[in-house]
Structures are given as C-alpha cells and as structure tokens.
Ligand binder design. Sequence first.
Ligand SMILES: N[C@@H](CCC[C@H](N)C(=O)O)C(=O)O
Length: 286
Amino acid sequence: MNLLHFTKMHGLGNDFVVIDAIRQRFTPSPELVRWLADRHFGIGCDQLLLVEPPTRPDADFRYRIFNADGGEVAQCGNGARCFARFVVEKGLTSKRRLRVETASGVIEPELREADEVAVDMGVPVLEPARIPFVSDTDAVVQTLEVDGARVELTAVSMGNPHAVLVVVEDVDRAPVAELGAQIERHPRFPERVNVGFMQVLAPDAIRLRVFERGAGETLACGTGACAAVVAGTLRGLLRPPVTVHTRGGRLRIEWAGPGQPVIMIGPARTVFEGVIDLDQPRELPR
Ligand SMILES: N[C@@H](CCC[C@H](N)C(=O)O)C(=O)O
C-alpha cells in the first residue's frame, strides 16, 4: 500500500484536496491529479493544493496549485485562505501572518477571528502581454469575437488570467457554461483564461459567477472576485470595498486603485481528513 494523507477543505464551496508535502513525499503528475480530483473515481475537488517548504529565504511556505484537469497554475484565492488555515491547524507554524511563495510571487495571508482569513493578493496586472491577452490596445474595455458575436470584457491578471464580463440582467441567466468554455480557450488568451460574469448590484456589491480554467464553473473563485472588483472599479461601476456574492457565499474585496494590492477577506473551512491508497488502479474513463 502507498498511503497518501490528505485534508478536504473549501472556501465558499470552491473545494480542495490539500496535501502536506513537507511531512510526506508526494510527486504530482497530471494523471494523478486528475484521478484524485475526480468526483466519482477519486476524492473530488476543483483544485489540489500542495504545501511545500519554500525555495526562497523570505517565505514561510511554498504553495502549488493544480486544477482538476491536472494542469499546474500560478494562483488561487480561495485556496490561499485554506492554505493558511491548513498550515496553522496542522502545527506547521504558529504564525498568524504568513509569507507564502507562489508561482506568481509572494502572497500574505493573515488568520483573523473565527474562520476568517484576509489575504494580500498582490497588485493586479493590467498590461495585455503580461496577462497574457493578445491585443494591440490596453483599453479597459476590450472586444472579443466569439462565434461571430462581439463580447466586451476587461482582462486582468491576479497572478492568473481573468476575463470579466458585465451582465446587465440576472447573472443566474448568464450563459456561463457555453460562453465561459468558448472564451476560456479563445486564441487571444494563449494560456487560456478564467471567465467571470459580474452583475453590479450597487457600487459596493456585485453578484459573480466564474467559469474557471481547468475546472469549469465553481461555486466561488477568489481571484475571480478580485479581478471583477478591479475591472468594475476601472470601468467606473464600483467603489471598493465591495461585497462579492457568489453561489457559495460572500467575499469582501478591498482595492485602493492601480498600483495597489488587492485584499480578499473570507472564510476557509476544513471538512474532513482522509487517507487514500495510491497503489490502486487509477484509470479514468475517457
Ligand atoms: N478557484 C481559484 C482559482 C483556481 C485557478 C484557476 N482555475 C486558474 O486556472 O487560474 C480561486 O479561488 O482563485
């Protein structure tokens, strides 16, 4: 038997398998991640999160993120709050404020009262080439041709790429699955993209649904919430702090404007601990 210990966590229903790769050996491959993330043949999650020792002297831990499709990505906001709760609950640190290395730089989560965690998610990136988004203008509102129709969006990177669309009517009726999947793989987003559908309720409140790259629609997306508030503020629709209502619950997003970091505040919950034998047959149906 080759036993792997894991913890199941979630941030507003965006769910994670979290693995302590400090106290046990774990080598992720795309096939292994896909199987662990599968809701029928494995454990089931939107993303798998790895806790590793840092590779830089100014960080406490290294945080790696894998989408359910097996691809490694550079940032995950709901995961960042769960990561911070995990390392404290597991006794890997006694610090309440952490410096966590990710593939897109250092983020700073801070454990607050009850199950709330605030995370400095860093400064949003707006230059198209760095998102990456193919465009010859850095206009806030960009136009994309999808299936012969013109779609308006704002492109933002929170360490991972986001396209934010404004939905005028009820976001519950937005074509998240169909349009989200088409924009996710649009050739103008060479690394694919997370697609947010934002309904503005007031300058300090939005409803948001996100079709996530590599996972499909999730109940909430932390970086998606940050990107939506940045996009809405730049478009003159929002005045932070903003309450973001997702299908899984609420996040508070603070942003003082271009060049400033985005602060995300919300819950992180542990659901259960488990052990899985990696030596069992791991085929997934095609
Ligand atoms: N659920 C996340 C984002 C996870 C990564 C994303 N799907 C990507 O591919 O960039 C969040 O809470 O931010």
